[in-house]
Design a protein around this ligand. Sequence first.
Ligand code: G4P
Length: 544
Amino acid sequence: MQKYCIFAARNVYIYCNMALIDEITRRRTFAVIAHPDAGKTTLTEKLLLFGGAIHVAGAVKSNKIKKGATSDFMEIERQRGISVATSVMGFEYKGAKINILDTPGHEDFAEDTYRTLTAVDSVIIVIDGAKGVETQTRRLMEVCRMRKTPVIVFVNKLDRPSKDPFDLLDEVERELKIRVRPLAFPISSGDTFKGVYNIYEKNLSLFTSDERQTADASTVDINDLTSSDIDSYIGEKFAMQLRENIDLVEGVYDTFSREEYLAGELAPVFFGSAVNNFGVRELLDCFVRIAPSPRNATTETRLVEPAEAKLTGFIFKIHANMDPNHRDRIAFMKICSGRFERNKNYLHVRSGKQLKFSSPTAFMAEKKSIIDEAFPGDIVGLHDTGTFMIGDTFTEGEKLKFTGIPSFSPEHFRYIENADPLKFKQLAKGIDQLMDEGVAQLFTSSLNGRKIIGTVGALQFEVIQYRLEHEYGAKCRWEPISIHKACWIESDNETQLADFKRRKHTNMAVDKHGRDVFLADTSYALALAQENFKDIRFKFTSEV
Ligand code: G4P
């Protein structure tokens, strides 16, 4: 009898595990990243249209902070509300469960993007074919490189005059510091853009400028590049050029290796025109085939594998409710292992409390819905009344802390002062919660105990002031302070550290977690400090 039970129990265990493994294997969680204007929003939208997740173009577009919005934070507030709904968009495509994580395009919110990158398993980088690699792309790629995130490159806007494809490939390799392997190759660009030859699938997609085209209709199989059929499709001149180019590609670039792609060492490159829905299906089909399912995640103590039976996950983003009457927030948790269940108790490691969630949400297609379960790779929206912080870990009892969720050294600083003495408590609470959301960072000066807010983009000061007033009923005033850079300092040489802190007392502060921060007045002062205090590590990112 006992044997039977064990057997049955094992069977159940094996069944559960297999079901879990199936769910993990079919998940693809990724973000589209780009320099503003390269076509991130357009591509995301086309991917969603392909996956049937949205039915009208424009659904994602409305999430975009418009150009010139820098001085109009009301507009940003409105966008912020919409972006809750599009923060994570899930859909099914060819048996895969795809989760696209939205990243703000506005560079003042770059830190949000960096954090989102900690929750994805791969990324698609969009590059404007005429402009090539731009600053924001370079910075975002640095984060991907640090995390060894697999990347696919999509060169966009081929319907406009673009740089030579080989020059572009060289530029990507040089600027993004990653080897590339074109899996498609364009035939001309701009007015004479003929289409794309898909090296991976050996077919030719012929370009017609039509937003509604599905690409299927104009795709022809080409098993033999010498075939004169090609001449009839794109003309003799372009056919010859294509043959030469493909010869060159095969000669210059190594064959595509999925292992190298997964290791973050090789980026496959596609070409197309997102606005014309051109080259998007090829990209998506290849993505589903090669992109990784959820990967192992690092904690302070051990590696967590997605197929582990017990749930683990971490919060990478917190979004405030837009309704000022309901000050609650949504915390976004990435599931790293096990199965998440509604109404089950989980350990909130930082507080040591057991918490359960009666209405966890997920975004499938256009609908936000309460879910009963979720699997590794999924993002679950948790109702938060102000208890969670970015980086918080949930488990079934184990005391784990996921690592690698970065806080970036801010670049803009101001003293924050209370402008309404009767609202002191509201101000303190508001600042506290906004910092937990990762909107900005709070430092307390060792010199005078004054509070300093540091942000990655200048826009955040307006956002903070507005939100403090509208969500917390508190008023603040900014006062200037001249700081070049804030960096966290650490050292194994305690004497030197103590000496540094004593000498630089006027430039020292502590962050929200009590860690020492050096507020350098100028780049010269920073360089001098680095030179004179060799045993001190000056860190420009810190982990929360
Ligand atoms: P972003 O999210 O990366 O900032 O870029 P977004 O998709 O908003 O695209 C920026 C602009 O580039 C948009 O034009 C968009 O229509 C255009 N675009 C995107 N893909 C292509 C493409 O393949 N070819 C061409 N020619 N243009 C493309 P806009 O004028 O700023 O906005 P809209 O008025 O078209 O909405």
